[in-house]
Design a protein around this ligand. Structure first.
Ligand SMILES: Nc1ncnc2c1ncn2[C@@H]1O[C@H](COP(=O)(O)OP(=O)(O)O)[C@@H](O)[C@H]1O
Ligand SMILES: [Mg+2]
Length: 199
């Protein structure tokens, strides 16, 4: 079951929910099963755009152990990736293919040489169709294109994660609107979230 710490505003009347004007949705995953359910819903929203040849970039922020790789694995599985999904920590990038879709999982934690960006062909890769999931995007700041979505994960104890989902493009905004319509999170920052998962 999905739980938010802030009551949802009514759909109509003077207190109607605002449009996605601040382009951020505040979400709680009480456990990993909810992380997986979110990933499955997001996969369903991304699939048509990816199948049409779009490029989609999703940044994943948060401390070590927040759940960036775990979420990525659930999303890749939901998009049809089978077998072991290795963490790309040492290789920087792991490529995946499934159901005619191209996906790349980046982890820039150890990335510190901008020349590698050119040498490894990352510029071309980010310009090509497919899904790019990016852990530690700040370590490649100035090189990455704008993200369609940025998810910031903040652990609350062992199982719960507070998540802010921010859109950086019209496509990302469309995605957030649909997630919100599907019942994910309020559009305004709950009091607890302002500092820890600032978008
Ligand atoms: N709600 C949750 N969402 C995501 N991961 C969770 C959740 N609850 C517990 N976990 C656990 O937290 C850990 C996250 O590790 P990982 O995904 O490697 O983090 P990161 O990539 O952010 O460093 C995993 O062991 C995962 O099973
Ligand atoms: Mg990781």
């Amino acid at each position: 079951m999905h739980v938010t710490t802030v009551a949802r505003a009514p759909q109509t009347g003077p207190d109607a929910r605002p449009a996605v004007e601040d382009s951020t949705v505040w979400i709680s995953w009480p456990n990993e099963a909810e992380c997986e359910r979110f990933a499955r819903q997001l996969a369903g929203l991304l699939r048509p755009a990816l199948a049409a040849g779009d490029s989609i970039v999703i940044e994943l922020r948060g401390t070590l152990g927040a759940g960036k790789t775990t979420f990525t694995r659930h999303l890749l599985r939901a998009l049809g990736v089978q077998g072991r999904i290795k963490s790309p920590s040492y290789a920087v990038v792991e490529p995946h293919e499934a159901e005619g879709l191209s996906m790349w999982h980046f982890d820039f934690y150890r990335f510190n040489d901008p020349q590698e960006w050119e040498d490894a062909g990352f510029r071309d890769l980010f310009a090509s169709p497919g899904l790019k999931l990016v852990e530690w995007p700040d370590h490649a700041a100035g090189l990455l294109p704008p993200a369609d979505l940025a998810l910031h994960l903040a652990p609350q104890g062992e199982h719960e994660r507070h998540v802010s989902a921010r859109a950086g493009t019209a496509q990302g905004r469309d995605c957030l609107t649909r997630l919100h319509d599907a019942g994910w999170g309020p559009m305004q920052a709950p009091a607890h979230a302002s500092a820890e998962v600032a978008p």
